[in-house]
Design a protein around this ligand. Structure first.
Ligand SMILES: [Zn+2]
Length: 233
């Protein structure tokens, strides 16, 4: 409870008081921006939102029948984007997630390839991880997207059912086998005939998004697109 209160006060104070840029640390920002203009423009954009057959879409070929997929930024090691992702995932910095979600929201809104999306669904986090972290970073990103691009965000319609261990050492086939039945739909009616945008923070192999997207595509009339903040090269 106290932690929640501190977190709330921290979020709130951020809006009221000047703070420094997460990138260069020097510019003083006054609104809910976390980067100065210079640092924002230095983030390496992919332009995948406006590009069909982009690398993110290609990794789903033959695996998942998606409409469109995109990531906003290239993710590289020791970059500003990596710093922001660490802030979001491990340092309780939800403002970063909301801000990056907004950048994704601007691009989705301007793109002609995502216009008929009906609902936004965050990739569910493992419940134990979410409890430990206090939030699902994909949900924070969704809230940022929806603050710009007015689409409903559906929480808890797609859930994660099993605890899965870290899978970084496993090859793609093993990951895929392990991911089967990890995701479940709690309310299929609400997604019937809907174009669902599934959102996560970063995409690497696409195995988790594939496992989550597969049950969505089994719903009658459902269509699927995918959007993430970062794409690892
Ligand atoms: Zn800066």
């Amino acid at each position: 409870m106290i932690q929640k209160l501190i977190s709330y006060l921290k979020d709130f104070s951020h809006l009221l008081y000047p703070h420094n840029c997460e990138g260069c640390g020097t510019d003083v920002l006054h609104d809910d921006a976390i980067l100065c203009t210079k640092c924002l423009f230095e983030l390496p954009e992919t332009n995948f939102c406006n590009t069909s057959d982009n690398p993110v879409e290609k990794i789903f070929y033959g695996r998942l029948n998606i409409v469109s997929a995109a990531a906003v930024y290239y993710f590289t090691k020791d970059s500003l984007l990596q710093h922001l992702m660490i802030e979001l995932k491990y340092r309780n910095n939800k403002e970063v997630g909301f801000y990056l979600g907004k950048q994704l929201g601007y691009q989705l809104q301007e793109s002609q390839r995502f216009t008929d999306v009906d609902v936004i669904v965050p990739l569910p986090l493992n419940p134990k991880k979410e409890k430990k972290r206090g939030y699902n970073q994909a949900m924070i990103i969704c809230e940022g997207i929806a603050s710009i691009w007015r689409k409903p965000v559906l929480k808890n319609v797609v859930i994660r059912t099993l605890f899965t261990e870290t899978q970084t050492q496993q090859d793609r086939v093993h990951r895929w086998q392990n991911m089967q039945n990890v995701f479940a739909i709690t309310d299929t009616k609400i997604l019937e005939g809907k174009h669902v945008l599934l959102v996560d923070d970063v995409i690497t192999t696409g195995a988790t998004l594939e496992a989550c997207g597969a049950p969505i595509l089994k719903i009658p009339g459902a269509k699927l697109s995918i959007a993430t903040v970062a794409w690892t090269i």
